[in-house]
Design a protein around this ligand. Structure first.
Ligand code: NAD
Length: 420
């Protein structure tokens, strides 16, 4: 890979390119931007874990708090063999902007551990999670930094984090983490929230483009929490899901895939491959397949300067964080692709995480329909605000979302003043 391409696919560089541009368009005070441009705190921990064979191993973990200007830091935990500090920085910054786009009172954070979940037993995963949490104890808390799920972390891991934190505090503290199981202070609707949010913003995009759901062909990359829930909900609502993929391959059927049957098949076999009535394909091919909506819902850098000109979707709705590089943005704009940027499109997850945090602190739990109605309202309002910003300032939807977010965070910072 060339140096230029390595820079293009560095998530931190991708984040900086967009936020710098948005700050310039806002004519933001240079000093304020110096503060907001960098994460405010970055922690690296080396976590000792006893493996099942009795040997000791250490795993490197990160927690980055980008901003706490608008409220407690909030962000996911990712377990991945390829996790880097730059990726974690980018995810933390995106969380700050995302929470501001949907106007919820959180700052942004992100974290994770360099590990291969597939090669670890459940006991090893539990020991790793508990020790990682213990190493970060002083930084965490419902008023300080609230964790949540991301790639390769789930409600079981959130339950262990909650329990470890609570053991140290000597009382149960449910609001230190979101995405917990329902019985431990989780919220109805959280598991599906990011996928539901994608469906809501796709509905809004269709309205803008005068398109109908039942004639809309959708391709979804990633069939984990975000991708599978988006597929399920959108299929139920009448969208035609023509392609789906995981890291081990994908499926395509131009007439639409029976998602309900595929969900059962995937759960039973832990693969999509072999599902009846579909052609095998791969994720890279799906990026450039003829469709109306492309939903990357897996990892970063799926749309880059190398394939953006071949994207054939009318709408790109970003379920993953950072699936598109900054270099691909102009190519997509010139092609007239309607982009719903990640910091708006996948904000359903953190919105319902906020509802979970509120419910935990209230000690009063909402019905699923209340959660879904509030989510619906938040996302439709935010979608309209981003589009209005884009029209008013003559910028792309992505830069509009960054401008709206940076403007909100900068406003708070100005009001609070700088303790310097
Ligand atoms: P997950 O671990 O549940 O699922 C990830 C999926 O992506 C798996 O199906 C995996 O096989 C697939 N995948 C990995 N590499 C792939 C590739 N190259 N091509 C195709 N598929 C690939 O993770 P998740 O929670 O669904 O998160 C997916 C993305 O959504 C991430 O970017 C995450 O940051 C973002 N996100 C998640 C949430 C959430 O609530 N979980 C919220 C906002 C954004």
């Amino acid at each position: 890979m060339t140096t230029a391409y390595l820079e293009e696919v560095n998530p931190w560089e991708a984040q900086v390119a967009r936020s710098d541009l948005a700050a310039r368009k806002l004519k933001l005070d240079e000093g304020l931007w110096k503060i907001l441009r960098q994460p405010s705190r970055e922690v690296i921990v080396h976590v000792p874990v006893q493996l099942d064979d009795g040997s000791l191993e250490t795993f490197t973990g990160f927690r980055v708090q980008h901003s706490i200007a608008r409220g407690p830091a909030k962000g996911g935990i990712r377990y991945s063999p390829n996790l880097t500090l730059d990726e974690t920085r980018a995810l933390a910054s995106w969380m700050t902007w995302k929470c501001a786009v949907v106007n919820i009172p959180f700052g942004g954070a992100a974290g994770g551990v360099i590990c291969d979940r597939d090669k670890m037993s459940k006991r090893e995963l539990e020991r790793l999670t508990r020790r990682y949490t213990a190493e970060l104890m002083e930084l965490l808390g419902p008023e300080k930094d609230v964790l949540g799920p991301d790639i390769n972390t789930d409600e079981q891991i959130m339950a262990w984090i909650m329990d470890t934190y609570s053991m140290h505090m000597r009382h149960t503290v449910t609001a230190v983490v979101t995405g917990k199981p329902l019985g431990l202070g989780g919220s109805h609707g959280r598991t599906e929230a990011t996928g539901r949010g994608l469906m809501i913003v796709c509905d809004e995009a269709l309205k803008r483009l005068s398109m109908n759901r039942d004639q809309t062909r959708v391709v979804i990359q990633g069939f984990g929490n975000v991708g599978s829930n988006a597929a399920h909900l959108m299929h139920q609502r009448g969208y035609k899901i023509v392609g789906v993929s995981t890291s081990s391959g994908g499926l395509y059927n131009k007439n639409g895939i029976d998602i309900d049957a595929l969900l059962i098949y995937h759960k039973r076999n832990n693969t999509l491959i072999g599902f009846r009535g579909t052609e095998e394909t791969d994720s890279a091919q799906l990026s450039v397949t003829n469709c109306d909506i492309l939903i990357p819902a897996a990892v970063e850098n799926q749309i880059t300067s190398r394939n953006a000109d071949r994207v054939r979707a009318k709408i790109l709705c970003e379920g993953a964080n950072g699936p598109t590089t900054a270099e691909a943005d102009d190519i997509l704009t010139n092609k007239g692709v309607f982009v719903v940027p990640d910091i708006l499109a996948n904000s359903g997850g953190v919105t319902v995480s906020y509802f979970e945090w509120v419910q935990d602190r209230q000690g009063y739990f909402w019905s699923e329909s209340v959660v879904n109605d509030q989510l619906d309202h938040t996302l439709r309002t935010s979608f309209a605000e981003v589009l209005r910003y884009a029209e008013t300032h003559g910028v792309s939807n992505r830069i509009a979302a960054y401008m709206l977010a940076i403007d909100r965070v900068a406003y708070t910072l100005r009001q609070r003043g700088i303790y310097a």
